[in-house]
Design a protein around this ligand. Structure first.
Ligand code: SAM
Length: 213
């Protein structure tokens, strides 16, 4: 992640591309983030597209993002939000694989198009489990390996190139299984294909993970 700072594509172009893509899923984002409450941690908050979606049920929002160029856009976005929102939001430059927060301190963790990009998603999910309170929830929206064998083939073929150009994003993750294997039970879970997205990223999963123990 740190070497990206010296790459002009990742310094100037990628954060702005990300900003564009983020606005294409505004409806889905609003529907999911409205369910967040209490102490909220948004993992890989990107350019801050989610800030305006949180309701008054959120006491404090920690927007975690490891990429400083992306975080700079999130900071600008936060500056455009209301005073109330600004006062309850904290930007945290950090990695989901090593979350610098106390155990059992968070009510809601949000992962919106993030677990595809984290190098070790199992490690990040273990960290999410650690910081979540026992009754806490993980809200997720992710693109995953397609149900279509033909598209799966293209996802596998294109993955090495995609991974390099799209900030480490992987086209072929089975993220729902990873979430379940990390000790979450899935609720309000939906797996569907987005009608407007290109095939290689249109298989989506959305739902809520709660502690199974
Ligand atoms: C496709 S973008 C989505 C950004 C944002 N959630 C949105 O929907 O606009 C993936 C995000 O995951 C972040 N990311 C990548 N690796 C990460 C890690 N190890 N820990 C936390 N976030 C990470 C990226 O920096 C990027 O902001």
């Amino acid at each position: 992640m740190s070497l990206r700072r010296f790459n002009p594509y990742y310094r100037w172009i990628f954060p702005r591309l990300l900003d564009r893509v983020s606005s294409a899923v505004a409806e889905e984002r609003l529907a999911l983030l409205r369910q967040a409450c209490g102490q909220v941690l948004e993992i890989g908050a990107g350019t801050g597209a989610g800030f305006c979606c949180y309701s008054e049920a959120v006491d404090h929002l920690i927007a975690l993002e490891p990429d400083s160029a992306v975080m700079a856009l999130a900071e600008q976005q936060l500056g455009r939000e209301s005073q109330i929102l600004q006062s309850r939001t904290e930007l945290l430059l950090a990695d989901a694989q090593e979350i610098p927060l106390a155990d059992n301190s968070i009510d809601t963790v949000v992962c919106f198009l993030v677990l595809c990009s984290v190098p070790d998603p199992e490690k990040a999910l273990a960290e999410i489990q650690r910081v979540l309170k026992p009754e806490g929830q993980l809200l997720f929206f992710e693109h995953v390996l397609s149900d279509s064998p033909a598209i799966q083939l293209w996802q596998q073929r294109l993955n090495p190139l995609w991974h390099r150009c799209a900030g480490g994003c992987q086209l072929n993750r089975e993220t729902a299984e990873l979430i379940e294997n990390s000790g979450f039970t899935l609720h309000d879970y939906k797996r569907y294909q987005h009608p407007r997205f290109p095939g290689i990223v249109n298989q989506l999963i959305v739902g809520k993970g709660v502690n199974s123990s």
